[in-house]
Design a protein around this ligand. Structure first.
Ligand code: C5P
Length: 325
């Protein structure tokens, strides 16, 4: 086999409920992930040693060295494949030597859409195929969870509830409704750890102001029953009303211009609006494909974002692109 190409979607969080910081620095989450039709393509081919090339949207902001999440994913997979082969007492048939990974980016970098995690998930699928690793989807999900909080979901796709750091997933049984979203990309970036830290500070200030103590942190996050029932109904209007993101106030405190973007989308008739993950992309739900087109055109004319994209969801997770394509 000469090479393997995998297509992988961006994600939205239809709910992102964040608990207090844990001892390991992460936050317990309850989130509703939703994969949308904005894809990166990740190609893996055998090479003398591990390497990565990045092309496309925001490529200059992606590390090309061993810090790149795709190379960490390849290293984690190599270990898992060797472990699985040893467990089967098989001689390690798979040649897991060097791999060169090429990422063609369309998912903007540091935009709250988990593009880096998506690329890592795609690298797992591509290397498992290239190396004939034989890991099953559940085994890949296990490896993914070690690589990053959002990586496992990018394997699965669809709509799913995430708990823990976001890596413990349960697919959400939703009707086959297709939702129409407009993404407004910002002129700037936000760092995920900085947005979580800003949320902790906002909460500490609020607890202090209310006469609280350091213990006055929020209770464990809960799944939003209204959102789940809206998803079961398949009614976009109800889903739009139930969108929520605990990171939004923190993202807005670091990037105040997003308030204007969110307000503009709602004025232009979006059924719901929120910041994507840790931001700064803003997400709008439209009632139909036509309404999404109107909204996208009006938003780009309003001068409240760098560019817009129309996407639909849910879509499937990381999948191999047939060689003929
Ligand atoms: O797991 P990942 O590397 O994608 O997380 C990036 C950063 O986001 C973490 O280092 C942490 O600061 C923050 N984070 C968190 N709680 C989570 C997920 C991410 O605090 N559940």
């Amino acid at each position: 086999m000469t090479g393997v190409t995998v297509r992988v979607p961006a994600k939205l969080n239809l709910q992102l409920a964040v608990g207090p910081p844990r001892a390991d620095g992460y936050h317990d989450l309850v989130t509703v992930f939703h994969a949308v039709s904005l894809f990166d393509e990740v190609a893996a081919e055998a090479a003398g040693r591990d390497g990565v090339t990045v092309t496309g949207e925001g490529a200059d902001r992606v590390p090309a060295g061993p810090d790149n999440l795709v190379l960490r994913a390849a290293a984690a997979l190599r270990k898992a494949v060797a472990g699985a082969a040893a467990g089967r007492r098989a001689s390690i048939g798979a040649d897991t030597a060097g791999v060169h990974i090429t990422i063609a980016k369309r998912i903007p970098v540091a935009a709250g859409l988990a593009g880096g995690s998506a690329d890592a998930a795609a690298a797992l699928v591509a290397c498992n195929e290239l190396w004939d690793g034989g890991l099953s989807q559940p085994q890949l999900v296990e490896v993914a969870a070690r690589v990053g909080s959002d990586v496992a979901f990018a394997l699965l796709g669809g709509t799913a509830v995430g708990r823990g750091r976001g890596e413990q997933l349960t697919p959400a049984l939703a009707p086959s409704t297709q939702y129409h979203w407009v993404l407004a990309f910002a002129d700037g970036h936000l760092s995920t750890p900085e947005v979580y830290a800003a949320l902790d500070r906002l909460r500490a200030t609020r607890a202090g102001g209310a006469g609280g103590t350091a213990h006055a942190s929020p209770a464990g996050p809960d799944l939003d029953a209204a959102l789940m029932s809206a998803l079961r109904s398949g009614e976009a209007r109800l889903v739009g009303r139930a969108l929520s993101n605990d990171l939004q106030p923190a993202a807005l405190s670091l990037f105040p211009a997003l308030r204007k973007t969110l307000a503009a989308g709602l004025e232009l008739g979006a059924l719901g609006a929120l910041v994507a993950g840790s931001g700064p992309t803003c997400v709008f739900l439209a009632a139909s494909a036509d309404r999404a087109l109107d909204l996208a055109v009006s938003l780009s004319g309003a001068g409240v974002c760098r560019s817009v994209a129309r996407v639909t969801g849910p879509v499937a997770g990381a999948a191999i692109v047939p060689p003929s394509k």
